[in-house]
Design a protein. Structure first.
Length: 507
């Protein structure tokens, strides 16, 4: 495969009737996943209080979903190419809703981690199928850019809807209700999707290779686990063993794909410089953002004392900026250039994160709100255009695999971001100076400190909480700085790799 984009076949110019109604069903699936991810951030303090997880368990609750989904996305995207993307999407949506009930009624940290892992299995079916179906629904390049923009904007809207709806539920019900909101969305998706979505698949799919599935899953999970453990506890024999296992699994996966007549993932996709550059940009961008975002809800609630609904509304500017930018990103990229829009968006996110390094316990909302707005605009431009580049770079028969690679970059970046940047926050926090009589659990997480304070004398509790909050904010500031460095470096990398890249339909 060369670095040029795939030409649009004349037959593909036909505009499918009902495509926009079908798109509305697909964005429901995106909404389902986005709402679930953002609800968890707001529910974390309540989960900490109720289930009393350790700091490590809390990180696992936050990132095991991403670990599993990253390990299975390529396999599920390829499965959709083979047996039908509509079928995989509807089965996955049903499972996603059912497993959400397990999350809602988890009674121990271990049960919660297991439920999140199962949710990752179901979630791995959704995102590749939605993007692949968009590639097959919209053959006109400009219409497809708009459809991808709506897809991305809906994901951003989900990040806004999750905290607001979740905040309302958390103020009136128990934390498990925040997961039960997946059920009505799932029901609408399945009922309407059965009637409106066309089935699509690769006409010459080849077998679904189970050995490749296992190698992909083992390799991805082991590598991400090793990174997380090394960031939290340093390099140990167990960590080194996991890293070697993961590297061996991924090496075996790549080798097997190169030898199979019909591989699970066509490795030739990565010869396309635009495709590879877009995937790398997505991975590093999410890595730089996710660790900070995971802890921001805790900052707003446990440090600044905002109620859940107020905290959700406080994060709204990021989603508003992303929705607005996503809807016009394709037009702007054709007016200027792909690399200008992607690199400019990433640089804007990096500068916004750099501004957040000065936050303290009393930071006013204007700085927070403005920074979140810039983050949203930058993400809306960059993510929408890279998604369009990835879809435009492959034949429609391979849309599922290509979409899966794109989504794997998102999820792997999220897992690594929570692991690495989250470990920075946790590492700084754990060492906070505490008065005599402070329970050990207070050093595990800020939620644990707030819970421990309820059983301590008032003066001692106040001293302990002040010290804990100061340490948490210091860790958050360091994580924001690390994220800023990653984003600015990624902006420079994207400028080089996306040189000469154009969207289909550009003049």
């Amino acid at each position: 495969m060369t670095s040029t984009l795939q030409p649009v076949h004349p037959d593909e110019a036909v505009k499918r009737p009902g495509r926009w109604l079908a798109l509305s069903v697909l964005v429901f699936a995106v909404l389902l996943v986005a709402v679930d991810a953002t609800v968890l951030g707001l529910a974390t303090p309540y989960i900490s209080e109720d289930l009393e997880p350790s700091g490590t368990q809390l990180l696992w609750i936050g990132d095991v979903y991403s670990f599993v989904i990253a390990g299975l996305l390529v396999s599920m995207g390829s499965l959709g190419d083979r047996i039908g993307r509509k079928r995989v999407l509807l089965v996955g949506a049903t499972a996603f809703g059912a497993i959400s009930v397990l999350n809602a009624y988890a009674t121990t940290p271990e049960m919660m981690i297991a439920a999140r892992a199962l949710l990752g299995v179901a979630g791995a079916t959704l995102m590749p199928a939605t993007l692949a179906l968009i590639r097959n629904l919209f053959h006109d390049p400009r219409e497809r850019s708009l459809a991808v923009g709506i897809w991305g904007a809906t994901a951003s809207a989900g990040t806004a809807l999750g905290p607001i709806v979740g905040g309302f539920l958390l103020e009136h019900f128990w934390w498990g209700s925040a997961f039960l909101i997946n059920l009505p969305v799932m029901a609408v998706l399945v009922v309407v999707g059965i009637r409106t979505l066309p089935e699509s698949r690769n006409p010459h799919p080849g077998p679904w290779d189970l050995a490749s599935v296992v190698l992909s899953l083992v390799g991805m999970i082991a590598v991400v686990y090793a990174v997380k453990e090394a960031a939290t506890h340093g390099l140990t024999r167990a960590t080194a063993g996991a890293a070697l296992l993961g590297a061996a699994g991924l090496y075996g996966f790549v080798r097997r794909q190169l030898t199979l007549p019909v591989p699970l993932l066509d490795m030739r996709l990565f010869r396309n410089r635009g495709f590879s550059g877009a995937v790398l940009a997505d991975l590093l961008t999410v890595l730089g953002l996710s660790g900070l975002v995971f802890f921001l809800s805790q900052y707003l609630q446990l440090v600044q004392g905002r109620r859940p609904l107020e905290a959700g509304l406080a994060e709204l500017p990021a989603a508003v900026g992303a929705v607005a930018a996503g809807l016009i990103a394709g037009h702007v990229a054709r007016r200027f250039s792909v690399r200008a829009v992607v690199s400019g968006g990433l640089a804007a996110i990096g500068l916004a994160l750099a501004a957040l390094t000065v936050i303290d316990e009393s930071t006013g909302y204007p700085l927070l709100g403005a920074s979140l707005l810039v983050v949203g605009v930058g993400a809306g431009f960059s993510f929408t255009v890279t998604a369009d580049v990835i879809l435009s770079s492959v034949p429609k028969e391979e849309a599922g695999s290509a979409s899966a690679v794109s989504e794997t970059a998102y999820e792997l970046g999220a897992a690594l971001g929570i692991a690495v940047l989250g470990s920075i926050v946790t590492g700084v926090y754990r060492g906070f100076p505490s008065p005599p009589g402070t329970p050990a659990g207070a050093h595990e997480s800020l939620g644990g400190a707030v819970e421990a304070a309820s059983g301590m004398p008032a003066a001692t509790a106040q001293e302990m909480l002040a010290s804990a909050r100061e340490a948490f904010v210091s860790g958050l500031s360091l994580a924001a700085g690390a994220g800023a460095v990653v984003l600015l470096a990624t902006a420079g990398t994207a400028w080089v790799l996306l040189k000469g890249q154009k969207l289909d339909g550009s003049r």
